[in-house]
Write a new protein. Structure first.
Length: 113
């Protein structure tokens, strides 16, 4: 199972996400759920860099992806708005996969920092 952990700051903005594990729907390299979560996560990381213009701290390992935007207070208003929308998109995308395929394969958990 993939566990997606979403971490929100006190103001409600998502600062960090982690996607850990493997869905187990199919063999490694053929699992559409793993591919979907990985694609969403990597797209968000790239978009934070290319669209929001920030350099998040991230890690891309087999079965372990994480991303942290850093303090929103260090961003311009434009960067903050873009980063907020992008990080929310990670949450929405993973929740939709969990709803479509079931929590047996993907669980989204939310935490406060």
């Amino acid at each position: 199972m993939i566990t997606v952990n979403i971490y929100r700051q006190k103001d409600g903005l998502i600062r960090r996400f982690e996607a850990r594990g493997h869905a187990g729907l199919a063999a490694s390299g053929h699992d559409i759920i793993c591919a979907a979560v990985s694609a969403i996560a990597q797209t968000i990381i790239g978009s934070l860099e290319d669209i929001a213009g920030i350099k998040p701290q991230y890690s891309l390992e087999d079965g372990d992806i994480s991303c942290d935007t850093g303090e929103y207070t260090a961003m311009t208003d434009k960067q903050k708005d873009a980063a907020s929308v992008l990080m929310q998109s990670m949450e929405v995308g993973c929740l939709q996969i969990s709803i479509s395929y079931g929590s047996k394969y993907v669980q989204v958990k939310k935490y406060k920092l």
